[in-house]
Design a protein around this ligand. Sequence first.
Ligand code: ZN
Length: 244
Amino acid sequence: MNSSQPEGAALVLFSGGQDSATCLAWALDRYARVETIAFDYGQRHHVELTVRRAFLERLRAAFPGWAPRLGEDHLIDLAVLGQVSETALTREVEIRQAESGLPTTFVPGRNLLFLTFAAAVGHRRGIDVLVGGMCETDYSGYPDCRAGTMRAMQEALTLGMDRPIAIATPLMHLDKAETWALAQALGGAPLIELIRENTHTCYLGERGIRHDWGYGCGTCPACALRQRGHERWVASSAERAGVA
Ligand code: ZN
């Protein structure tokens, strides 16, 4: 997809979900060296952290062109975040819209902390580009996913670390159907299959049922979003095939 020669290094916030998996492929297409980072913050379900290891392994096997660029994986223990936040992702709290207007899955400041730790790891590894799947389209309205927050964070990190830090968010203005389309453009059918099979988005940690779009309960907001995006992408692909 990227016509120029890959150069430089990037650190991808790779949680094991669909969005960050697509970001990882995007980075492997552009950068000569790509490392990955994830955070264990006492999530109610550790499924994401388990599937991401299998994803990395299978990605290496299925994409020999990308494999030499894919470097170290960093897993950071952020248990303290689970201690200070009371949300549906870290406690037995119902997933719903809270009075604040935000879903109860919102972990306050999560992405700000993740990016700060990623920048610190990047500093040690000589990497100044951080790649994340933050997105303000078609999303739950998390304020720490907005483009404005990312711009401010980039500036704060650049000032605070006294070196230019770039935060790349390739999905920022894409909806979920367009995210599937981006994965298709980057890695074709093998990447789509890898995302369906080896990523996890479901808030309930359900992996018993395999749908067209992957595993999940099929009813939580994360599953609903992933499913709708997949349906729209499949429909628009079929339409394009019909035209051609
Ligand atoms: Zn679900």
